[in-house]
Design a protein around this ligand. Structure first.
Ligand code: HSE
Length: 298
């Protein structure tokens, strides 16, 4: 009647795939304890690590959980304890970790009435609360694991994508908070055909590289001519961190989700750690606090 789970952090967008590509990080995430109760509804009974609302309707786990309950004929309710390691507004899917954790655990405790794609839909309601838009590029990889592509939103079509054995992610979080809702507001809603051509070429290239273990192709495809030039303005030392990461051997580097975290992908852990050192150095030199993670991609 009770389950304790790990809820992974995620990198959304992966440079070229705004709102469609994402990947789960196996070694960075929150923990949750979810308990089935005879009292109906959802109650957040504990929330540690971050200052976030505990009212069910104001909490992403609460809202995602309610979406699941409304679609089920469950006679039960749930109590949720959330232990956050992922900071809100860090750009590594803090809200997605909580939304997906809630619905995944509830589904287990109800003997799995829902498919993973249905869980994605419920968790997207948490994202709608957090950012104003029910984007799926964090919740899909959190639920499926590894890389995922949102091929279509209507109807929702999620494609899990394999990844090469030696792929590692480095993620650095300069300790400022950027709300996804704010960093979406500054984006333009139109793109030129020229930029579209570059972007979909890269999305195709990245997916092909992941399927064929072609690290060079993965690296060449990690470009974003649409969102990064605008959002990078909100991120301290973005250009310097990126150029140092590439100089240290990263395949590519870009903004993690809506920022301010910056991610790099590397072939082999040794390089991912070297990349981490060079990224840290940039922030150390200017006195900006940071948190950094290296994670294997599975
Ligand atoms: N695709 C979303 C965005 C991810 O970039 O706004 C937010 O984590």
């Amino acid at each position: 009647n009770e389950i304790k789970i790990f809820c992974p952090a995620t990198i959304a967008n992966i440079s070229c795939g705004f709102d469609v590509l994402g990947v789960a990080l196996d070694s960075v995430g929150d923990e949750m304890v979810v308990r089935k109760t005879s009292e109906k509804g959802i109650r957040i009974t504990k929330l540690q690590g971050q200052d976030l609302p505990m009212e069910t309707l104001k909490n992403v786990a609460g809202v995602a959980g309610l979406a699941l309950l409304e679609s089920s004929d469950s006679q039960y309710g749930f109590e949720i304890e959330i232990y956050k390691n992922i900071k809100a507004g860090s750009g590594i899917g803090s809200s997605a970790a909580s939304s997906t954790g809630a619905v995944w655990a509830m589904n287990e405790l109800l003997d799995k009435p829902f498919s993973t794609i249905e869980l994605v839909k419920f968790a997207m309601e948490g994202e709608r609360l957090a950012s104003g838009v029910a984007h799926a590029d964090n919740v899909a990889p959190a639920l499926f694991g590894g890389f995922t592509l949102v091929r279509s939103y209507e109807p929702l079509d999620i494609i899990p994508i394999p990844s090469p054995e030696e792929l590692f992610a480095t993620v650095i979080h300069p300790q400022i908070e950027v709300k996804t809702s704010d960093s979406r507001k500054i984006l333009k809603t139109n793109i030129t055909l020229k930029d579209g051509i570059k972007q979909w070429g890269n999305v195709g290239g990245l997916v092909a590289g992941l399927y064929t273990n072609d690290y060079d192709l993965i690296g060449r495809s990690l470009e974003d001519h649409i969102v990064e030039p605008i959002r990078s303005i909100l991120i301290p030392e973005f250009d310097k961190v990126k150029s140092e990461a590439i100089a240290s051997g990263a395949l590519g580097c870009g903004i993690s989700g809506s920022g301010p975290s910056i991610f790099a992908l590397s072939r082999r852990e040794k390089i991912a750690r070297k990349v981490a050192d060079s990224m840290k150095e940039v922030y150390k030199n200017v006195g900006i606090d940071y948190e950094i993670h290296v994670s294997k991609i599975n």
